[in-house]
Design a protein around this ligand. Structure first.
Ligand code: XIL
Length: 378
């Protein structure tokens, strides 16, 4: 008797877990309600591609048909030293996508971040010269895009080449190579994998000046005979900003220019922003963190609903403009980089599943919008 009474709560808990799992299993998969032509993607961290998060992987397999690696294909992780590549994690990522029949995106061939210092160092301690920079870029792209030729379906070739005012960002790439570095990167990528889709990717393309510059940049590449298959807006957005009208206008302008918009890194930050956040020094960052880490113990219901409405609103625009893809930047809230950006050590809630993998109201809202527009497919 004593034994069965201690087992009872365990049995009840187990039944509860089974019921919850069954309920979740009945939820339609996001990918199955999306309209034809819209891929539903997600960024994977190493815990996913190394097989260390079975619950997260189950969500990925069920809901998504496109994957992007959060870090393992960036220059730093994949090519840490001249001539030394660490392809293990990236190989596992690509194999995971293939196992599930997903469209695999490569991120990213050229960026000024997460790129080792050696890439930008001149020979003999001098300044990096054009020919050395081009040779490094070409051999990197050949090695990385070449390795996954025919397996990675699309590449972010160049990330964040523009300043907010639409001028070219002052990066070591621009400084060493000159203005044609973007064009050269696309040419090298095309050479490495002629069939892969190639994208230009950036953030804040909802800002008219930056958006117009990105469109000009891509049209300029096309005028040189290079094929660009998509323009990616990262979409690291907030609950109130950017205004829907600006997103609407940006996607419309891309379409009007004949370009295919992709939403490449979607997450929605629920924490207050402080204009000083990005440039702040450490002591000021502590103050900002204390003032803006407003939901350390959970997201209040009103904010959950607001986040859900925001997700619904932006997805309606994605459908209106026929974006080719929406990629969420992480699976559950436990995965998000926004706990540490732009201020380290805050608790954020930017995605569709909570940190324990439970569907949030935002998930239901996205599902509903997709269903209204898409309907169910096998
Ligand atoms: C972020 C990753 O999510 C973090 O894990 C990493 O520490 C920094 O980079 N724009 C991009 C992404 O193109 O590669 C960035 O990813 C987020 C901003």
């Amino acid at each position: 008797m004593a034994r069965s009474s201690t087992l009872l709560p365990v049995a009840v808990a187990l039944l509860g877990a089974v019921a919850a799992a069954a309920a979740a299993a009945e939820t339609p998969a996001l990918k199955s309600v999306a309209p034809p032509g819209l891929r539903i993607g997600v960024a994977l961290g190493r815990k996913h591609s190394d097989g260390k998060d079975p619950a997260g992987l189950a969500l990925v397999a069920r809901h998504f048909n496109q994957v992007t690696p959060e870090n393992v294909l960036k220059w730093g992780p994949v090519h840490p030293e001249p001539g030394r590549f660490d392809f293990g994690p990236a190989d596992r990522f690509v194999a995971l996508g293939e196992r599930h029949g997903m469209f695999v995106v490569g991120h990213v061939l050229l960026w000024h971040q997460q790129t080792p210092a050696w890439v930008f160092a001149g020979t003999d301690g001098g300044k990096l010269d054009r020919e050395t920079a081009l040779a490094r870029l070409r051999s990197h792209i050949q090695a990385v895009a070449g390795r996954y030729k025919g397996r990675i379906g699309g590449w972010d070739v160049v990330n964040e080449a523009l300043e907010e005012d639409g001028t070219l960002r002052k990066t070591p790439w621009l400084e060493a190579i000159g203005e044609d570095y973007v064009e050269r990167a696309f040419a090298f990528a095309r050479e490495a994998d002629p069939a892969a889709e190639l994208y230009y990717n950036d953030y804040n393309l909802w800002k008219p000046a930056k958006r117009d510059a990105a469109i000009r940049l891509v049209r300029g590449l096309e005028a040189k005979g290079l094929r660009v298959d998509g323009i990616g807006e990262q979409a690291h957005w907030g609950v109130d900003d950017p205004p829907l009208a600006d997103i609407d206008a940006a996607l419309g302008a891309m379409r009007a220019a004949g370009l295919v918009p992709h939403i490449t890194e979607l997450d929605i930050d629920v924490l207050p922003r402080d204009p000083d956040m990005w440039g702040a020094d450490l002591s000021r960052k502590q103050q900002i963190r204390a003032a803006t880490n407003v939901y350390p113990d959970g997201l209040p219901p009103a904010m959950q609903e607001k986040l859900a409405r925001r997700y619904a609103d932006v997805f309606r625009l994605f459908l209106k403009h026929g974006v080719a893809r929406v990629t969420l930047w992480g699976v559950t809230d436990a995965d998000s980089w926004l706990h540490d950006f732009p201020i380290p050590g805050r608790v954020n809630y930017p995605l569709l599943w909570d940190k324990d993998g439970r569907e949030k109201p935002a998930f239901d809202a996205v599902l509903e919008v997709l269903r209204e527009h898409g309907g169910s497919r096998p």
